[in-house]
Design a protein around this ligand. Structure first.
Ligand SMILES: Nc1ncnc2c1ncn2[C@@H]1O[C@H](COP(=O)(O)OP(=O)(O)OP(=O)(O)O)[C@@H](O)[C@H]1O
Ligand code: SF4
Ligand SMILES: [Mg+2]
Length: 319
């Protein structure tokens, strides 16, 4: 199958001037998402996942400094802004704040089409109704008349996904789309995203701190640590044999879907370095049980293999 890039990110950096020195939220991140593909980004809290998404979408606050290249369907950076909300859609963690509280769902959804597609009011409302049915809302007419606070968290996230699909985007950026939902609803929303990817050939960049969330959906997984990519691999290869010790630790901490879920999920001891910290070596060194002398002195360079894997480590695990 030919690989047609829909999103290309090259050497992206995001930094803020802070009192304690420069905060480097994203450091030199490169990645690619092809048409119809789901790429997962995982990493613990503070690793730069949301900052990366915001930088891709051109939604960083004005005091952020962004360097690097973002291309959407081959067109350079600023083109992303022009197609945001239309050819690129986004869904974030908190469906409560993403909806306007004083407007009925039908009004907010119809507005998207009237704004982007100049569709008439009644046609927009009908399209909204059909899209709600498509994402599995059983009584779409009733849902259209509701205000956001009258819906459950799972319903609100479905509404947001339906809204983001109205303009038939080629790429959906979903940042922790299920984190605020309970486990059963989480599984339903992930299943919905999987179906939409299949049926619409819509690419998805799926971000989560939870490896189990991206595992079922993403064909490729990018692992971030302290603002950088430390490993990338096809999902099955990553789980079968992680090469970076941080990825191995993440997998060891994730509950086993086939076994009993531990009462308390294991967590990785220690802390990642602060975003203002400067050090010459590997950012994972203080938590790594494979660290060698070189790791303290020298930041490991990214090594790319022929099979689509890449990792940055001086003493990787064997394949
Ligand atoms: N406006 C800002 N000014 C300065 N630093 C910021 C700003 N916004 C984010 N950061 C820093 O950027 C880093 C990355 O944050 P980000 O929100 O991208 O992490 P994340 O991986 O999405 O975490 P989580 O899993 O908790 O959502 C953090 O160290 C954070 O403190
Ligand atoms: S470079 Fe060294 S410290 Fe960093 S992950 Fe690899 S072995 Fe561990
Ligand atoms: Mg985040």
């Amino acid at each position: 199958m030919s690989r047609e890039p829909i999103l290309e990110v090259e050497r992206l950096r995001v930094a803020y001037a802070g009192r304690g020195g420069q905060v480097e939220a994203v450091r030199d991140v490169s990645l690619r998402v092809d048409a119809g593909e789901c790429v997962g980004i995982v990493g613990e809290s503070g690793s730069g996942k949301t900052q990366l998404c915001l930088a891709v979408l051109g939604l960083l606050p004005p005091n952020a400094r962004r360097d690097g290249v973002v291309r959407f369907a081959g067109a350079p950076g600023d083109a992303v802004r022009a197609v945001r909300g239309e050819r690129i859609a986004m869904v974030f963690q908190d469906p409560q704040t993403a909806l306007t509280p004083h407007l009925r769902i039908g009004t907010q959804m119809a507005e998207v089409l009237v704004h982007h597609r100049r569709v008439s009011g009644p046609a927009a409302r009908e399209a909204a109704r059909a899209m709600l049915a498509h994402v599995g809302i059983s009584d779409p007419d009733r849902c259209l008349r509701r205000y956001p606070h009258e819906l459950s968290g799972g319903m609100r996230q479905r509404v947001l996904i339906a809204t983001s699909l109205l303009c038939e985007p080629q790429l959906l950026i979903a940042d922790e789309p299920t984190t605020a939902l309970d486990v059963t609803v989480q599984a339903q929303v992930l299943e919905l995203l999987a179906r939409l990817r299949r049926e619409r050939r819509m690419a998805i960049l799926l971000v989560s701190h939870d490896l189990a969330v991206v595992a079922g959906l993403a064909a490729r997984i990018v692992v971030m640590y302290a603002g950088r990519v430390v490993e990338e691999a096809p999902a099955d290869a990553l789980f079968r044999g992680p090469r970076h010790p941080y990825t191995a630790a993440l997998i060891a901490c994730a509950p086993n879907p086939d076994g009993p879920i531990p009462a308390r999920m294991a967590t990785l001891p220690g802390q990642p370095p602060g975003a203002t910290e400067r050090f010459p070596g590997c950012p994972f060194v203080s938590r790594c049980d494979r660290a060698v002398e070189r790791c303290r002195r020298e930041d490991p360079a990214m090594v790319a293999l022929d099979d689509g894997r890449r990792f940055a480590c001086h003493a990787p695990l064997s394949a």
